[in-house]
Design a protein around this ligand. Structure first.
Ligand code: SF4
Length: 80
């Protein structure tokens, strides 16, 4: 569990969070050449849920994608 995660599930350093936590930036700079944004988001969701299970977090907190990622789900939609 991250030391910056508050009890209300907000990040206490959100505006200064590290690069790895900025998933849109990480996608645009690293993964956009390798997969669609939708695939990337799904992989993030899957990893988050695995970590939640391993940490024994109640299943009501599992993450799921709600739909298309604001129309930016095609590979190459972003500058890489
Ligand atoms: S966004 Fe990053 S720094 Fe903030 S709580 Fe989550 S893992 Fe921690």
């Amino acid at each position: 569990m991250c030391k910056h995660l508050l009890q209300n599930n907000n990040c206490e350093i959100y505006s200064q969070r590290p690069f790895i936590c900025r998933i849109d930036e990480v996608y645009n700079k690293v993964f956009c050449k390798h997969m669609s944004k939708e695939e990337y988001f799904q992989k993030n969701v899957d990893a988050c849920n695995v970590l939640q299970k391993k940490a024994g977090i109640n299943s009501k907190h599992r993450v799921q994608l709600l739909g298309e990622t604001a129309g930016h789900n095609k590979r190459g939609s972003y500058e890489c």
